[in-house]
Design a protein around this ligand. Structure first.
Ligand SMILES: [Zn+2]
Length: 108
């Protein structure tokens, strides 16, 4: 997934004001696994960092939820196009199923 993310869309993790961190965690998800973000507060520096909730995730940064929605809509559209093209060329048998049924079967 992260290969599709363009560098300019990714925000790099850094220490920030706790309010700013809460806003970021609400508006963004992890750029690597698209998982939810959690805010960590450092009592010593009085600053917060935003961290991915997925264990073992490298978490290189954050992307906005809107970005993820756009990317998902794009890839599901491409999947239907690819399948339709393969059926038209006789590579895949025609199933007689609608696009929405096919998307459901593929997990969308
Ligand atoms: Zn992650």
């Amino acid at each position: 997934m992260s290969d599709q993310v363009q560098a300019k869309e990714v925000l790099t993790p850094k220490q920030m004001d706790p309010d700013e961190a809460r806003k970021l965690a609400k508006a963004c998800v992890c750029s690597d696994c698209w998982g939810e973000l959690t805010v960590l507060f450092d009592w010593r520096s009085r600053m917060s960092t935003v961290s991915c909730e997925t264990r073992g995730c490298p978490q290189h940064g954050y992307v906005s939820r809107k970005y993820v929605e756009r990317a998902e809509a794009k890839s599901s559209g491409e999947l239907v196009e690819a399948r339709t093209a393969l059926q038209a060329n006789g590579v895949l048998p025609r199933s007689g199923k609608s696009e929405s049924q096919l998307l459901k079967e593929m997990g969308f």
